[in-house]
Write a protein that binds this ligand. Structure first.
Ligand code: AHR
Length: 503
């Protein structure tokens, strides 16, 4: 196998990464909230019913923003049901996931939980069954200081200070016919425009995300984005993207290549935004919020077999393999490579539901394989993204043509004297050497090479065997000589190569 060659240089800077690229998502779905974030009576729950072990694992991810409460759930949600005295909160049918919603956890609890987890809430409003009126009252409830119906209601509920929620989503996946209150682009564009205006009239400081397509495969993509932005361009800051990948036919080489489709999706949405910008003679450049992304397929069949109307049933409980973690790693690299336009991204989701953290209700907790690339990117991927101009040997794929074995991106955190290269080796059999030209980082020395790998691509972490797949520091993988640095990337691996910039 030939080496992959790449460069790390300041002049290849893409942009400063917005920390919110490492956001996540919690929906009222399955055991994400009940049995995940919130489980009064669990031995590790605090006085508010928040699981302490979950809080610890989330804090260790240092995720700066968490989207809530959906997802498909939000399109039928009445937020008023989830605030105020617990005993007065109604039980409802959640039509999105065919479950029972107790409303024991709602907006105020979520904001409290975020404060404890060291993260910021990102709130979605219901534009499925509701509209402009709900949009303005929820912003008033959350962000207006006092002296009005909804702000005083928040105070009465025990929250004297406004929640000051900064980022707001105008509904969820409104292009999908599975969505409660599904709309055409024209219908949604008009409604989103109306909602965005009143929300900003209540609080001019907020940032607003309009719904883009639920996936690149939607037949309405990218006309949906164009029509929605025709109506909303002046009133919103971001357009959303959602993508999930799966290895349904057991073709791992193809599965590992799918982040190339994510690159294209981002670039196509950027092109559509810029077309509308030109058409409307707008100065503002529209940014992207990739607010749902992940691997999701393992649980599909089990979910079809779940009886309806249970409370917090096990839904979307994907058990992630090493190969899933590699796809997540490639997706993170794709996001970092596009950080000049993707400002927010949310790994969907955070706990139990297609999540890096898995709990047993009443029991323990485990880090799934996907926890690690996300944690590494969140921890070491803050700073300036560097395009590494990777020239890698490749393999053929019927959809993506020549797929490079090595996918990589650099991040420079000059203030901390650190430079990091994230790399995935897609070669399932062989080590690939990444031959790096460090150019203007003459003093850079490898401080650490962390790799996530396993001889079995289907290896998983479970409550009984939690450490099967874990990152480890490699000792003999780096050669530094004659101005070049050669790093051996193990077969099928996620790699974090950390350089110290100080002599
Ligand atoms: O994250 C799971 C679901 O995926 C969300 O509810 C929906 O927005 C998407 O289809």
């Amino acid at each position: 196998m030939n080496d992959a060659r790449a460069v790390l240089a300041r002049e290849l800077a893409i942009d400063t990464i917005d920390d919110r690229l490492y956001g996540s998502f919690v929906e009222h779905l399955g055991r994400a909230v009940y049995g995940g974030l919130y489980e009064p009576g669990h031995p590790l729950a605090d006085r508010e019913g928040f699981r302490g072990d979950v809080l610890d694992y989330v804090r260790a991810l240092n995720t700066p923003i968490v989207r809530y409460p959906g997802g498909n759930f939000v399109s039928g949600y009445q937020w008023e049901d989830g605030v105020g005295p617990l005993e007065a909160r109604p039980r409802r049918l959640d039509l999105a996931w065919k479950t029972l919603e107790s409303n024991a956890f709602g907006t105020d609890e979520f904001v409290r939980w975020c404060r404890k987890a060291g993260t910021e809430p990102m709130m979605a409003i219901n534009l499925g069954t509701r509209g402009v009126d709900e949009a303005r009252s929820l912003v008033e409830y959350c962000n207006h200081p006092s002296g009005t119906k909804y702000s005083d209601w928040r105070i009465e509920n025990g929250y004297a200070e406004p929640h000051n929620i900064n980022v707001w989503c105008l509904g969820n996946e409104m292009d999908g016919d599975w969505q409660i209150g599904h709309k055409t682009a024209e219908e949604y564009g008009r409604l989103a425009e109306g909602a965005a205006k009143v929300m900003r009239w209540v609080d001019p400081t907020i940032e607003i995300v309009a719904c883009g397509s639920s996936s690149r495969a939607m037949s309405t993509f990218p006309q949906w984005e164009a029509t929605v932005l025709e109506h909303t361009y002046a009133h919103v800051d971001y357009i959303s993207l959602h993508t999930y990948y799966g290895n349904r036919d057991g073709n791992t080489a193809h599965f590992l290549a799918q982040s190339i489709g994510m690159d294209s999706f981002i670039e196509e949405v950027v092109a559509t935004c810029d077309f509308i910008r030109a058409k409307k003679r707008q100065k503002k450049r529209m940014m992207l919020s990739f607010d749902e992304w992940n691997v999701w397929f393992h649980s599909n069949q089990a979910d079809r077999e779940q009886p309806p109307w249970q409370q917090a049933p096990p839904l979307l409980e994907d058990l992630y393999t090493l190969e899933d973690a590699l796809v997540v790693g490639c997706m993170l690299i794709s996001l970092i490579k596009h950080c000049d336009r993707v400002r927010i991204a949310c790994l969907a989701q955070l706990v139990n539901v297609i999540a890096p953290i898995f709990t047993a209700t009443g029991g323990g907790i485990v880090k799934q394989t996907t926890y690690f690339p996300f944690q590494h990117a969140s921890r070491y991927g803050r700073g300036i993204a560097l395009d590494m101009k990777v020239d890698s040997p490749s393999y053929e794929d019927p959809v993506y043509d020549a797929v490079p074995y090595v996918e990589a991106v650099g991040v420079l955190a000059e203030d901390h004297g650190e430079l990091t290269a994230f790399a995935v080796n897609r070669n399932q059999e062989e080590t690939v050497v990444l031959d790096l030209d460090l150019r203007d980082f003459a003093l850079a020395r490898v401080a650490e090479h962390i790799a996530l790998a396993h001889p079995d691509l289907k290896a998983v972490n479970t409550l009984n065997n939690p450490d099967q797949v874990a990152p480890c520091a490699l000792n003999d993988s780096v050669e530094e000589a004659a101005g070049r640095t050669r790093i051996a990337l193990p077969p099928a691996s996620w790699n974090v190569v950390r350089f110290s910039l100080e002599a």
